[in-house]
Design a protein around this ligand. Structure first.
Ligand code: PMP
Length: 456
């Protein structure tokens, strides 16, 4: 077995970590953690430290750690058939079963699911299919995609462009055409507009309409959004937002891509956020909760109206020119089948609604009175606490104050993992959907102590 010193050196000498300060890590100036195990809502590291993971990895380990039902399904699939491709009509029992299970749970108007590996490649698939769709319909100019500032849709070239966060664009020459960004439905951040919430929704809609007018509706193919903003700050939309946005999209024949990478399969206390928020998607992106991250797998679910055009396209042009070697990987789809069965048998969608409401209420109770807490918000098993320098004027801290990272570090000292979100002093919580009320109390008590430590 490798010693801790060896692992530490090999890590810093060889491993390019995602979303990491590369120089600090390579020089050994920033903390690292070697994770060795997990059970329920806890992970354990090599030093024997046990931490309550209140962000479920990257809001993906929805059933919790250490579920032998999924591990066994993966092992059985690997022994029987570790791999075969899905090109030219090939399938496995796992991939065919999972496609049916996804469609059985998806909103009524959905028709087929394409399987990829992660959320980024799924959104890449979506953009290609939107372009293909408009080419088959004979409108080659209708190609631009509207996203929102603070939306998160991946970190590839196209999907990093869809993402509306500066940290994912800077020095990467992103965003690239033909991606446009419009106002995020983030009322709390826009105190500068001095509007009621209803007026703010009207403002978001007016911004969108002005963009469509400026660019020309015949150049805009699709709009992409998460039902509840995730990485951009965990922000539920203001009342009426999605209804009003969808009216505009329908009027201009603009497709709607609902990115449910975080929200699908229960996180909001409903199987899909689309159903809960009244979203009529043309495409739904799924990933994380599809396998609870026991194996990499994503999906793009296409509506009947899109599917008909895609079918027509291949009748006219031959097989669809799109696919990954690992599309519908048997091990991923076997994990997905076992995971969705577990979500049902454990009642995790209901628990996310019920315990999520308890968790959000307890967090608000504990923290909303604090002088530097500007907002406590959430939905289902998602909760965010946003910090301000001054509550009355809603003045925000400087990035250099590092309030978010300091809070996350103090919380780690309490044995709880949460995430300092990338833009703003926002601490995000998105625990496994199996969280109990007692575990929610541990998170809230730990965070209250951490806030006390940072602000004195
Ligand atoms: N869409 C959303 C809404 C996400 O939150 C994420 C990842 N956090 C992605 C897409 C990208 O998924 P991946 O990291 O698996 O590529």
């Amino acid at each position: 077995m490798l010693t801790n010193d060896q692992l530490d050196r090999w890590d810093r000498d060889n491993f390019f970590h995602p979303s990491t300060h590369l120089g600090q890590h390579a020089r050994g100036e920033s903390p690292s953690r070697i994770v060795t195990g997990g059970s329920g809502v806890y992970i354990e590291d090599r030093d024997g430290t046990k931490l309550l993971d209140a962000f479920a990895g990257l809001y993906c380990v929805n059933v919790g750690y250490g579920r032998s039902e999924i591990a066994d399904a993966i092992a059985e699939q690997a022994k029987q058939l570790a791999y075969y491709h899905a090109y030219v009509g090939h399938g496995t029992e796992a991939s065919i079963t999972l496609a049916k299970m996804v469609l059985d749970r998806a909103p009524e108007n959905m028709s087929k699911v394409y399987f990829g590996l992660g959320g980024s490649d799924a959104n890449e698939t979506n953009v290609k299919m939107v372009w293909y769709y408009n080419n088959i319909l004979g409108r080659p100019e209708k190609k631009k995609i509207i996203s929102r500032w603070r939306g998160y849709h991946g970190s590839g070239i196209m999907t990093g462009s869809l993402t509306g966060l500066a940290g994912f664009h800077n020095k990467f020459d992103l965003p690239r055409a033909p991606i446009l960004h419009t106002e995020a439905p983030y009322y709390f951040r826009r105190a500068d507009l001095d509007m009621s919430e209803a007026d703010f929704v009207a403002h978001c809609v007016a911004e969108l309409e002005a963009m469509i007018e400026r660019e020309g509706a015949d150049t805009i193919a699709a709009f992409i959004g998460e039902p509840v903003l995730g990485t951009g700050g965990l922000v539920p939309p203001p009342a009426g937002y999605w209804q009003a946005i969808q009216r505009v999209l329908k009027k201009h024949d603009i497709l709607l891509i609902v990115d449910e990478v975080v929200t699908a399969f229960g996180r909001l206390g409903a199987m899909f956020g689309s159903d809960k928020h009244g979203l009529e998607a043309d495409i739904i992106t799924i990933a994380k909760g599809l396998t609870s991250a026991y194996a990499p797998l994503s999906g793009s679910i296409f509506s009947k109206r899109m599917w008909e055009v895609l079918e027509r396209g291949t009748d006219e042009n031959g097989p669809i020119g799109h696919g990954w070697t690992y599309s519908a990987h048997p091990i991923g789809t076997a994990a997905g089948v076992a995971n969705l069965k577990l979500i049902d048998s454990l009642g995790l969608v209901e628990n996310a609604g019920k315990t999520g409401a308890y968790f959000n209420a307890a967090m608000a109770d504990a923290l909303s009175g604090h002088a530097h807490v500007g907002d406590v918000r959430g939905e289902g098993m998602m909760c965010a606490v946003e910090f301000v320098k001054d509550k009355a004027s809603r003045a925000f801290f400087e990035t250099s104050d590092k309030v978010g990272p300091k809070l996350a570090t103090a919380l780690l000292g309490q044995g709880v993992i949460a995430r300092a979100m990338p833009q703003g002093d926002i601490i995000g919580f998105a625990p496994p959907l199996c969280l109990t009320e007692a575990e929610a109390d541990i998170v809230v008590d730990g965070f209250k102590a951490a806030v006390g430590e940072v602000f004195g």
